[in-house]
Ligand binder design. Structure first.
Ligand code: SAM
Length: 273
């Protein structure tokens, strides 16, 4: 029988953020595939767990995926972890998950800390709809294309960035998107956790020596409602009525759309209804 592939989230700073299920899973598996075995060893030592480790990172993902699949087919249970946070999200794992599913191997997510969600929930930005772009490419053309796309996003945009690139990325965002409202979430769950909120220009002025891990969140642009043309005031009225608005609300809306006084619209309906 095939073994199971567990995708285990680990803390992004504070070691107490490991879940009970993650600990249980790390204890029961036969092998742990880790992005950086030294990093994972620190966590395992802290949890007093001793397990064989296989390195599985961006540069050996293809070859090591085959090795992991071979072990899974031999019936071994494997936990895949990244250095911090949720594996597969801007971290290795996609390859082995895809192959495992093709081979009918069960893939079980063990959720926990995820940097982008941790940043979003305390950002104060819209959480109803958001979009994650991972790391911006360093290739100029692709980077520019992505920023053009981000410029039009009406949803909250979340970006990961390496500490030494944060200033240049903020400068690029400023150049392409203008002085947008952003949030920087820094060193989440760690001693120096910080949220910096404001316009990019202010942040760039005051933020000269960024330290630690950063996430950039950009407020989406306001959706401009398409102007609908109505041939009669009745048609205009019916449009809002179907949206469940009251008579007063409808009159207010029509007056605003037509840039006339509420009274003018009101009088029309007294005479014509
Ligand atoms: N897979 C991980 C996750 O989603 O939780 C993210 C891994 S990605 C290689 C690393 C990036 O995540 C960092 O460059 C930073 O943008 C963000 N990150 C990770 N931990 C963080 C923290 N404690 N505070 C702020 N950002 C963090």
């Amino acid at each position: 029988m095939n073994g199971k592939l567990y995708l285990v989230a680990t803390p992004i700073g504070n070691l107490q953020d490991i879940t009970l299920r993650a600990i249980e899973t790390l204890k029961i598996v036969d092998l742990i595939a880790a992005e950086d075995t030294r990093q994972t060893l620190k966590l395992l030592n802290h949890l007093q767990i001793s397990k064989p480790l296989i390195s599985y990172h961006r540069h050996n993902e293809e070859t090591k995926a085959d090795l992991l699949i071979k072990n899974l087919k031999e019936g071994k249970n494997i936990a895949l972890v990244s250095d911090a946070g949720t594996p597969v999200i801007s971290d290795p794992g996609e390859e082995v998950v895809k192959i495992a599913l093709k081979e009918n191997i069960e893939v079980i997510p063990i959720p926990g800390a995820c940097a982008l969600i941790t940043a979003l929930i305390a950002s104060g930005l819209d959480t109803k709809e958001f979009t994650f772009y991972g790391f911006l490419s360093i290739h100029k053309k692709i980077r520019k294309q992505k920023l053009e796309q981000i410029k039009k996003e009406t949803k909250t945009v979340i970006l990961y960035e390496a500490p030494h690139k944060i200033i240049s990325t903020l400068q690029d965002i400023y150049k392409m998107l203008g002085d947008r409202n952003i949030v920087i979430a820094r060193e989440l769950t760690k001693i120096h956790e910080e949220f910096i909120r404001g316009h990019i220009s202010e942040i760039l002025q005051n933020y000269t020596e960024p330290k630690g891990e950063h996430i950039i969140l950009i407020e989406g642009v306001e959706l401009k409602e398409e102007k609908i043309e109505f041939s009669t005031l009745e048609e205009h009225y019916n449009f809002y009525e179907t949206q469940g608005l009251t008579k007063n609300e409808i009159i207010k809306k029509i007056a605003k759309d037509k840039n006339v006084s509420k009274n003018e619209i009101y009088q029309y309906f007294i005479k014509n209804k």
